[in-house]
Design a protein. Structure first.
Length: 207
């Protein structure tokens, strides 16, 4: 699978993100036993959204791994944004993807990121697909989550049919009262439809 470009990410944010992943990579190089396959890092939340769309910059990195891993301590970076504003980026050690709606194949369908300076044979950074990223927003579905779904749709990364199907499939494995999530699916579909890029008008055929 072709790796996703980082072209949408703000350069200062990208540098900070790369530093954090590099620190994880460095800790794996010095630890034993040696990995027989890459450690997959599945990135969700605002970090994944930013790489897809260039939209809002989150302070935390929400991610899970393909294996149990002992993370190094220093996983936060201070940096300055393009306008000189001081910012912080840190790895959220409390993130847990079992507390929200997520399709059972989300890891398998994740998109590899082309993160230069990081050896993907050691740490393979992958983003939840746009569909799964949008689905993951449904359990909470607060104003920020709705804006994130709108950003993905505006970028042409979502459509109502595929989103509804993916969300309903994910709901099968969801434990708990589902009425609220079903309403979120309905509202999210309306957001996606409203925010979808307008189709270019067909040119009139010459007479």
């Amino acid at each position: 699978m072709k790796r996703l470009s980082t072209r949408h990410a703000a350069p200062p944010y990208l540098d900070a993100f790369r530093i954090i992943v590099s620190r994880i990579e460095g800790s794996l190089k010095t630890a034993g036993p040696k990995l027989t396959e890459p450690l997959k890092m599945y990135v969700a939340g605002g970090a994944a959204l930013h790489f897809y769309t260039g939209a809002r910059i989150s302070e935390d990195i929400d991610a899970t791994f393909s294996k149990r891993v002992i993370l190094p301590q220093d996983l936060e970076v201070t940096y300055r944004d393009r306008d000189g504003t001081p910012r912080l980026l840190y790895f959220d050690r409390q993130y847990n993807d079992t507390l929200g709606l997520l399709h059972e194949n989300a890891d398998l369908d994740s998109i590899p990121l082309n993160l230069q300076g990081v050896d993907s044979s050691i740490v393979d950074v992958r983003l939840l697909s746009p569909l799964d990223l949008a689905v993951s927003k449904l359990s909470r579905f607060e104003e920020e989550d709705q804006k994130d779904i709108r950003s993905l749709s505006e970028a042409g990364l979502l459509n109502v049919k595929d989103f509804r199907e993916r969300a309903e499939e994910a709901l099968v494995g969801y434990v708990g009262a589902s009425n609220r999530v079903q309403l979120s699916i309905k509202l999210a579909c309306a957001i996606i439809k409203d925010a979808a890029p307008a189709s270019p008008r067909k040119r009139a055929k010459p007479r």
